[in-house]
Write a protein that binds this ligand. Sequence first.
Ligand SMILES: [Zn+2]
Length: 357
Amino acid sequence: MDDHSFTFLKNLLDVAAPSGFETPAARVWRAEAETFAADVDVDVAGNSYASVGTEGGPRIMLAGHVDEIGLMVTHVDDDGMLYVDGIGGWDPQVLVGQRIRFLTRKGDVVGVVGKKPIHLIKAEEKEKAVKLTDLWVDIGAKDRDDAAGRGVRVGDPGVVDTHVVELGNRMIASRAVDNRIGAYVVLEVLRTLSQGQAPAARVTAVATTQEEIGYSGGGARPSAYRLDPRLAVVVDLTFATDAPGVEKKQQGEHKIGSGPVLSRGSSIHPLMFERMAETAEREGIPYTIQGSPRLTSTDADAIYLQRHGVATSVISVPNRYMHSPNEVVSLDDVDATVALIAAFCRGIRDEDDFIPR
Ligand SMILES: [Zn+2]
């Protein structure tokens, strides 16, 4: 990852854009895509597209979801306190004490998650886990009208007000690693493919929307319909198993720094998995395998049965502290994931047959 790409990644991670409100992040992604890719476009669901490679060649869709989890204002009380619900899945424990940046029609409004001081908490309350309904956000408003005057409306989205930090050993932390990393990887694959000889395949990167609320498939569903790809690679995150409390017996073993994680399982195309694993071995890219006996809880679920079926694989970057204000990944794993998918795409020819016979 050179300085230019790292700056792009940081910009992509820091822009606030939860599910359904992805436009600011999608704009950053498309602006970068415009500098080296073709057919940069956006659809009605907010999905962004960019392509490289041979027109008329086998179509490969690379999907990384550009949304992030967030909060939404559900009520403003007489005292001007904001009540919120989650956009996507939160553990409310990680929200206690955080600052929240709301995106209002008059610009950003920052508040703090309120909490009863420890001196006032009864002994039996201390034992209980905090629920989202116990929390409120204080933006310093005098009352409801004051909050409204600053632009706050019910339905305003917000994110935890944090920025990228660099940790040691090539690790970074950000609230939007899930899954701007995926959106970054698919575009960096295109950047890699745009340098040197054009691949025989037509490779389209898609920054998909609404994955975090995607029980009906999110933006990936219409984007896969539109592209009608032969192959799809979904880039997301999985649980790094070198953080305390993560069970290897269920997750397999995927340390930070151990390279991309290849899902293998019932909704993953077997020939895609084997081809990806062979590519990694040929290129000398370390990888680990994650068993996936059901659906994947990623964009792949919305893609693999689209139209007449799409041979789909899922590649994940090991991640600590998923769905928290400080999701950690290794830049080495991110780079290795880009290199693997780029090598895979370069190797695809029109005659390659992914029908399991
Ligand atoms: Zn997620």
